[in-house]
Design a binder for this molecule. Structure first.
Ligand SMILES: Nc1nc2c(ncn2[C@@H]2O[C@H](COP(=O)(O)OP(=O)(O)O)[C@@H](O)[C@H]2O)c(=O)[nH]1
Ligand SMILES: [Mg+2]
Length: 368
């Protein structure tokens, strides 16, 4: 399975640099400044150290991590929203991602001009928010216009749902007009459908990545703590990342990268830190399956039931769900094998409503 990320930010904030850091990519980082061109696409494996341990216990032919897919949209969201051609297509593509990564520049470098002439993290975050709001409002207004037309010709039976949608979209519109992203609203279950249908950008979880310079590494943690007080909450997190250094590290052999990272006092890679933050942001947990000689990692939301987790793998598994055979990661590691876990009664049979726990190793039994 894959988790999809869209990288956005102002011109020359370091979007492509961070894209390269996360995907070990080599895309050109010229930061030319916002014309609408083809985006960069890249993939990374979601780091999951438990897969290695499971390899030693279950000896599969293959380990399959979750994939993180990244799209680096070069142009501003506002430019995309105003464009009818490629811009509109890119905006569509962006609207399908699971999480937005907003790159905000904090590094100082006179040879790289900032589009607004100065470094100001809070101003840039506000600017990006405005762009997302702008784009969502445009979608909202078009939909509301079409609703008006549909209502004129609607049969009595259709009026109710159309009016309901109109009412909900008008509420959303009011929030956006007050610069409030939709992710901040408490949205009732009836309205959730419309958020999902239209894939509003301000409704998506957002990770702000503040791109710092090497000279700011010493203060990175303090800066992150300080920013977190202002930018955290429902679907919002902030981390600091030294984009250019991370990009260089991503090109090295793992052992050399680790050594260098340690010399800077950094414990985790940029990829590990952004993935961890995005898992927190969307309350994601990991479960594992073992079938066809593969051990696979899957990401699901905390609180997902066994039957819904099965549906992540295949809709047939959800429809024909019978039982989940389940062992916790810690129990399996303690037992050293599935046979031993079974002998000790630690291989549980769980029903549809079982809440999957982080680290569960699950075999789904189902009818087709
Ligand atoms: N000094 C410094 N320059 C950086 C850093 N991150 C990015 N840059 C430079 O800023 C310019 C724009 O970066 P790029 O990733 O292309 O920005 P984008 O327009 O947002 O994709 C490039 O010349 C990068 O080398 C950094 O941490 N420090
Ligand atoms: Mg770029």
């Amino acid at each position: 399975m894959s988790i999809n990320f869209g990288i956005i930010g102002l011109a020359r904030s370091g979007k492509t640099t961070i894209f390269n850091a996360l995907t070990a990519g080599k895309a050109e980082t010229t930061g030319r400044g916002g014309e609408i061109t083809a985006p960069h696409l890249g993939v990374a494996r979601v780091p999951e150290p438990r897969l290695r341990v499971l390899d030693g216990i279950l000896h599969p032919h293959r380990l399959v991590p979750v994939e993180a897919r990244y799209i680096d949209i070069g142009a501003s969201v506002k430019a995309l929203a105003q464009d009818k051609g490629l811009g509109a297509q890119l905006l569509n593509q962006l609207s399908t991602v699971d999480t937005l990564i907003c790159v905000v520049r904090a590094f100082k470098d006179d040879s790289v001009p900032h589009p607004r002439g100065s470094i100001d993290v809070d101003r840039d975050i506000a600017d990006l928010n405005m762009e997302l709001v702008f784009s969502d409002l445009a979608i909202m207004e078009r939909r509301l216009e079409r609703l008006e037309t549909s209502l004129k010709g609607a049969k009595p039976g259709e009026r109710h749902t159309l009016l309901q949608e109109q009412e909900i979209l008008k509420q959303f519109k009011t929030a956006l007009e007050n610069d409030r992203p939709l992710r901040e609203l408490t949205i009732d279950p009836v309205a959730v459908r419309y958020v999902t249908n239209y894939q509003f950008l301000t409704a998506k979880p957002m990770l702000i990545v503040v791109n710092i310079g090497e000279d700011q590494l010493a203060e990175a943690e303090a800066l992150e703590a300080q920013l977190s007080r202002r930018y955290s909450g429902n679907g919002l997190r902030v981390i600091t990342l030294c984009g250019r250094l991370e990009m260089e590290l991503a090109q090295l052999e793992e052992s050399a990268a680790q050594e260098l990272r340690a010399s800077y006092g950094m414990k985790q890679s940029g990829l590990e830190r952004t993935i961890k933050a995005s898992y927190d942001l969307s309350s994601l947990i990991t479960f594992f399956t073992t079938a066809s000689n593969e051990v696979r990692a899957w990401a699901i939301r905390h609180g997902t039931t066994a039957v819904k987790a099965a549906g992540k793998i295949h809709s047939d598994m959800e429809k024909g769900f019978i039982r989940a055979e389940c062992v916790s990661y810690d129990d399996l590691v303690r037992c050293g094998s599935l046979t031993e876990a079974r002998k000790r009664g630690l291989l549980r049979l769980e029903g549809k409503e079982y809440t999957v726990q982080d680290g569960d190793i699950i075999t789904f039994l189902f009818n087709v």
